[in-house]
Design a binder for this molecule. Structure first.
Ligand SMILES: [Zn+2]
Length: 490
């Protein structure tokens, strides 16, 4: 007889559905697994045989062939154990098939269930495929939003799973532990006082808001100790919460590199060390791991002292900065991964750090070489480059005398993002006032600006208008956008 069960495996960074077929037929007693199993999947034969014995379940005394579909996909890990065991029991006629149920757990020799690696990504893939019931081992809490997509039930032993399935009851009797809403959203009310505690930085806070609202890459330049790193760390505070779907996808990538990752609705902040390799940035390896740009998807990628990163690493940022995706090649195939991060960097103005701020001891040649570490095309893609004042002097260039309150800034950013999402990318100047378009054209002609600069400036102006809760882009928005761009390029 033939029995079937559904499970999933990691295919590098992505997750794939696996249909397990078990055939129990006449012949010399033998247990084979086909369909490109790796050694961990192959060893399931020994675990399953022992688990059946220790759970007093009858193990077939005939030939067992297990096929893992799709046969062309290499199956790695031990999370298929439970699905193979259930498929065998169904082939024996001990259990009936239940549509829309899937199994994801490793088996111990005593029949206990052990959590599979990085379950959330697999569960998401199964939910996409219409699976409504997922049997797992008791383990780390399940993120609340995932538990609302499908009924996830955790059982400690194979015996209990079999008893549950044999009873034909919907599997809601033993719910898995889910993270309570408080845990998953606790940091939705952020300690914004960190940003409020930085006095006389109204202009920089304005830049953070513009950057956060329009996803404009931002670079703070200044001497050591001026506070550029502290400010960069606060950019994440102004980003709105992720949607549940985005938070789950983000968590699925993080659990691949950190089994102890915490689920959160807050966007991720990645702050890699400057020894980061291009491969670490983009993701690679065998099996491939998500790189920093994917881990920072929908969040912030902070490069502190960014000129200390290798030129190759900085160059690798160009593609995701432009397109919001990263293409990585492995085994002759190319995978596309999301990489829509917000870049914030810090840098010293020169090797000693004091050029333009104090007594600089650097030679002209050294300064030029220092700046050449950052590839020109990357610098061109950074919309906001800001030289910080050495001492916050309370001079407010734009906003009057009061520092903006962080809470209000975050609200303005959220509202601006809603306005910006409705913008037609194909017609970027549709909402510009006629005079604003003339101003944009005039200033660009005067500065012989490239096409990229025109588009960047138009986008900045649009963000500035959106922060003021306007659809329409006015002359003053264009002027401020130009001021922000040109003041930086000195
Ligand atoms: Zn210097």
């Amino acid at each position: 007889m033939l029995g079937r069960a559904v499970s999933a495996v990691h295919n590098g960074i992505q997750s794939e559905l696996v249909h397990v077929e078990a055939d129990v037929g006449p012949g010399f007693p033998r247990f084979s697994i086909v369909g490109l199993p790796d050694s961990a999947v192959n060893e399931a034969r020994l675990r399953i045989r022992a688990a059946f014995h220790n759970c007093s379940l009858p193990f077939p005394k005939s030939r067992i062939t297990v096929n893992l579909q799709p046969a062309s996909l290499r199956k790695q890990g031990s999370g298929l154990d439970l699905a193979i065991a259930i498929a065998i029991l169904r082939a024996e006629g001990m259990l009936v098939e239940r549509q829309q149920a899937a199994f994801l757990a490793e088996l111990g020799l005593d029949g206990s269930l052990v959590p599979a690696e990085a379950t959330v990504g697999l569960a998401l893939r199964l939910a996409e495929a219409g699976i409504q019931e997922l049997y797992v081992a008791p383990g780390p809490p399940i993120p609340g939003p995932l538990a609302s997509l499908m009924n996830i039930v955790a059982f400690p032993t194979l015996t209990q799973v079999v008893a549950q399935l044999a009873n034909h009851r919907p599997a809601c009797a033993i719910p898995s532990r889910t993270m309570d809403d408080k845990t998953s959203t606790q940091d939705a009310t952020l300690p914004l006082d960190m940003l409020d505690s930085l006095p006389n930085r109204a202009f920089e806070k304005r830049l953070l808001a513009i950057s956060a609202a329009g996803r404009h890459p931002l670079l703070f330049i200044g001497p050591p100790g001026v506070g550029k790193t502290t400010l960069s760390h606060r950019l994440i505070d102004l980003l709105p919460n992720l949607s549940e779907a985005d938070a789950l996808r983000s968590y699925a990538y993080h659990e691949l590199v950190n089994p102890n990752a915490q689920f959160s609705l807050r966007p991720p902040l990645r702050e890699p060390h400057h020894t980061l390799t291009p491969a670490g940035l983009t993701g690679s390896g065998s099996p491939p791991r998500p790189g920093e740009v994917t881990l920072a998807d929908n969040g912030v990628l902070l490069l502190d002292e960014c000129f200390e990163f290798s030129k190759a690493t900085l160059n690798a940022l160009r593609e995701p900065l432009t397109s919001g995706v990263i293409h990585i090649s492995r085994n002759g195939r190319t995978a596309s991964l999301p990489a829509r991060f917000l870049l914030v960097g810090t840098a010293n103005p020169c090797p000693c750090g004091w050029r333009g701020y104090g007594e600089c001891r650097c030679l002209e040649h050294d300064v030029r070489r220092y700046w050449s570490r950052c590839p020109g095309p990357l610098l061109d893609r950074i919309d906001l480059v800001h030289y910080m004042n050495r001492v916050p002097d309370g001079t407010n260039h734009l906003l009057g005398s009061r520092d903006p309150v962080a809470f209000e800034l975050r609200q303005a950013v959220s509202q601006a993002r809603v306005i910006l999402e409705s913008v037609d990318e194909l017609d970027p100047i549709r909402q510009f006032q006629t005079r604003a378009v003339s101003m944009l054209t005039h200033l660009c002609d005067k500065l012989s600006a490239t096409e990229r600069v025109v588009v960047q400036t138009a986008k900045l102006a649009r963000t500035i208008a959106a922060l003021a809760r306007r659809d329409e882009i006015r002359v003053e928005d264009v002027e401020e956008a130009f001021a922000l761009r040109s003041s930086a390029r000195r």
